[in-house]
Design a protein around this ligand. Structure first.
Ligand code: AMP
Ligand code: MG
Length: 491
């Protein structure tokens, strides 16, 4: 439904919808399915500004209509995108089953943003799903994606959440909701897999050229564009997973359909932040084998990148053997590159300048100590920065003291000062992460209509590298009886 008379057009939309012009195989035209009685829950003023959108002169009633998809602004052209994916290793043809892209909006500086509804009703790709989403998970995506943004990690963002006034049936009956997600793009590794599976080389070329033109114009004139695109994605995803490891983020469902070509973290389903350091940490109830466990994330990143490379083979070279060799050479560098970057990231977390041959041992000694002593990953670095944490008994430990002596000696090895090291640590170690028990508390209250804690959390999470004494309750690990935290998919 489009209604140009309504004031939703006053926001300052500047649509330039390019994806919808791609061949039929890539998408279907799809309007959001209207909902009964939408009610705006939250709108992201901060993000609106970044997008050069101004919603202040639009009535709440019309904002509810807008962010439910009941009314679409002039110039939007909504579509559902086709994609495939390896889900827990198994290949499936998928597509936006509960999302539609409202359109591509250009900011004043001509930055391009996908504006997408999630939970907007059935599409031809819905399979057996209802096309809808529940309020809790949409607010969860809102808060965690915003937290990631402020942690300075590439991510999709969240512009608004509305309640639909309809129920959705999951394990129990829940309130329905729609999230408006903003992304640099929604092309996934799975999009390439979908097109590659159709074995239409022209479509594959179209997708590759489109992707490069839109996101990576700097490689447009490369001799081997497909190979360069592979290299770019290897680099982007390596950096992304390093950032996840830095803050203890566990994505939880790193299927190839959830790996974005834009290099943004996408699809906040069963994700969660690790508290007590354990590299095998898994929160997702369906990840029984730990495929997407904390320390398996780099391995899975590479696995997904190999799937991406497979799609590009016909474009890398007409000679298949040569194409495979070129792709393999690019992928073979992943481990070494990751290792170097990871080591440097950990050096930053520990305030270490320069490179010493014993750094890796020093780092692993600390990580092993954390694991053995059930120390909180985030708080251990805060403790080393000599900042206040709620409970520090665990650090009253001889082994830890001995490690600290070595660390302090190493700090000055390359002439660094205490001050310089602290500056480095401050910018690498968040004080505040979205703690699972706090998020749950906020969501439970929000579900009852009380957004006080939710809004407070958003505020605190928007400045994660600083903390006040009053923030201490947001900085502690969950209580002992809450250690079996589980997250759920398909919500
Ligand atoms: P996700 O686990 O959110 O990455 O989703 C995997 C696939 O399932 C995507 O194609 C989604 O669009 C689809 N999907 C997830 N939930 C639903 C739903 N409630 N209705 C229809 N499709 C869904
Ligand atoms: Mg997904």
């Amino acid at each position: 439904m489009t209604n140009s008379n309504i004031d939703i057009d006053k926001a300052g939309w500047s649509f330039d919808n390019t994806y919808s012009k791609l061949p039929d195989d890539f998408l279907v035209k799809q309007a959001p399915i209207p909902v009964k009685s939408p009610e705006l829950i939250i709108i992201n003023k901060n993000l609106s500004k970044d997008l050069d959108l101004d919603f202040t002169n639009i009535s709440e009633e019309n904002l509810s209509q807008l962010f439910s998809g009941n009314l679409l602004p002039t110039g939007s052209n909504s579509i559902a995108q086709a994609y495939a994916g390896h889900q827990f290793g198994h290949f499936t043809m998928l597509g936006d089953g509960r999302a539609v892209l409202m359109g591509e909006h250009l900011s004043k500086t001509k930055e391009r943003f996908d504006i997408q509804f999630k939970g907007s009703g059935r599409t031809p790709y819905s399979r057996s799903g209802d096309g809808r989403a529940a309020l809790g998970p949409m607010l969860r995506e809102y808060i965690i994606s915003e937290a990631m943004h402020f942690l300075k990690i590439p991510t999709t963002r969240s512009l608004a959440v509305v309640k639909t006034g309809e129920n959705v049936i999951r394990n129990q009956i829940s309130k329905g909701a729609i999230l408006t997600r903003v992304a640099l793009g929604h092309i996934r590794v799975g999009t390439f897999q979908y097109i590659a599976a159709k074995q239409n080389i022209n479509d594959l070329k179209t997708l590759t050229n489109y992707t490069i033109e839109k996101y990576y114009p700097n490689i447009k004139s490369s001799k081997n564009k497909a190979l360069e695109l592979l290299n770019v994605l290897i680099e982007k995803q390596t950096q992304l997973v390093i950032d996840w490891m830095r803050v203890g983020f566990i994505h939880g469902v790193m299927n190839t359909d959830n790996m974005s070509i834009s290099g943004e973290t996408i699809d906040y389903g069963p994700c969660a932040f690790m508290d007590l350091y354990d590299p095998k940490t898994v929160f997702s109830s369906i990840d029984q084998l730990g495929r997407y466990a904390y320390d398996n994330q780099p391995k899975i990143t590479k696995w997904n990148l190999i799937r991406f490379a497979e799609c590009l083979i016909p474009l890398i070279s007409k000679n298949e053997d040569e194409a495979i060799k070129l792709a393999r050479d690019a992928l073979d560098k992943f481990e070494e590159n990751y290792e170097t970057k990871w080591l440097n990231m950990m050096r930053d977390k520990l305030g270490l300048y320069g490179e010493d041959k014993d750094d890796k041992d020093l780092i692993f000694e600390l990580l092993n100590w954390m694991q053995k002593n059930k120390a909180d990953y985030t708080n251990t670095f805060i403790f080393l920065m000599q900042k206040v944490i709620k409970s520090s008994e665990v650090y009253n430990n001889k082994e830890f003291d001995l490690w600290k002596i070595k660390w302090i000696k190493r700090l000055t090895l390359f002439g660094s000062t205490h001050h310089k090291s602290m500056v480095l640590m401050n910018s690498s170690n968040p004080m505040i992460i979205p703690r699972n028990h706090k998020i749950e508390e906020a969501l439970t209250l929000a579900n009852q209509g009380d957004l006080t804690l939710f809004n407070k959390l958003i505020k605190i999470l928007s400045n994660p590298y600083k903390a006040n004494k009053s923030d201490l309750e947001f900085m502690s690990s969950p209580p002992h009886n809450d250690r079996q935290y589980q997250t759920f998919c398909g919500t």
